[in-house]
Design a protein around this ligand. Structure first.
Ligand SMILES: O=P(O)(O)OC[C@@H](O)[C@@H](O)c1c[nH]c2ccccc12
Length: 266
């Protein structure tokens, strides 16, 4: 049976082939090298989480499991509101078919603020890393659940060549073990299984102790309340990637601010 992730991968590979046919690597690489300078993503999380929490606030309109999440959707205004609420970094969905995202959302959000930005999409080909940088992205996502070790290494090498940061994302011990061979400072534990879209904070609780101390642990998905953050902080997570629960509130500044208000001591 094909899973949600299988379906996404199938259309994404077609989409990438079409984009590559349209624009040579040389062209996109030139645009990447001329783009607005990289903003340090991992550094921003490291410094925010030294005393408080490091929040990666996500701009996401819809998802495959929930459908439309937020009607009133201006990436520029949302970026400003998140920055004002204390987010350290932004994450912007650029996938259209499943998340109603777009490349323009990322460009608009990044242009509105000075925060570093993660391109939240499904990357398979170094060409997409160049494209991400050309759009202004400061960090890419490397999803172990959908990549071979070789593909993951290639994506990381391309990101490092542009001096971008890399958020490697894992969901189980096997993926974590593979991810530890990659040159990334950021280790994301996705609480959501991308094949079934089932979400449980227990995923972070069970994997966190296997993440070496020299990696910045980021817990991702399904996080809704200040007590979720406090509970996960008990498993040494101090950086949080949060979308839906804030996107569902009318005042996203206040949503971010209240999650960050009372961090447990580091
Ligand atoms: O909206 P949530 O449950 O707070 O989750 C945010 C983020 O972790 C989630 O959007 C995500 C994590 N990894 C992904 C990979 C692809 C698409 C989306 C994601």
């Amino acid at each position: 049976m094909s899973t949600i992730l299988d379906r996404i991968k199938a259309y994404k590979l077609e989409d990438v082939a079409a984009r590559k046919a349209d624009r040579s690597f040389a062209e996109v690489d030139t645009a990447a090298r001329a783009a607005s300078p990289v903003r340090p993503f991992a550094d921003a999380l490291e410094s925010a989480s030294a005393t408080g929490y490091g929040l990666i606030a996500e701009i996401k309109k819809a998802s495959p499991s929930k459908g439309l999440i937020r009607e009133d959707f201006s990436p520029r205004h949302l970026a400003e509101a998140y920055a004002e609420g204390g987010a350290a970094c932004l994450s912007v969905l650029t996938d259209g078919p499943s998340f109603q995202g777009s490349d323009a959302h990322l460009a608009a959000a990044r242009d509105a603020v000075s925060l570093p930005v993660l391109r939240k999409d499904f990357l398979y080909d170094p060409w997409q890393v160049a494209e991400s940088r050309a759009l202004g992205a400061d960090c890419i996502l490397v999803i172990m659940a959908t990549l071979s070790d070789g593909q993951a290494s290639e994506l990381c090498a391309a990101a490092l060549d542009y001096e971008m940061d890399i958020l490697v994302e894992v969901h189980n011990a096997y993926e974590l073990d593979r991810a530890l061979g990659l040159p990334s400072r950021l280790m994301g534990i996705n609480n959501r299984n991308l094949n079934t879209f089932e979400t449980s904070l227990d995923v972070t609780k069970s994997l966190a102790s296997s993440v070496p101390d020299d990696r910045i642990l980021v817990t991702e998905s399904g996080i809704a309340t200040a007590s979720d953050l406090a509970e996960l902080a008990g498993y040494r997570a101090r950086c949080f990637l949060i979308g839906e629960s804030m996107m569902r509130q009318s005042d996203v500044s206040e949503a971010a601010r209240s999650l960050l208000a009372n961090p447990v001591a580091a």
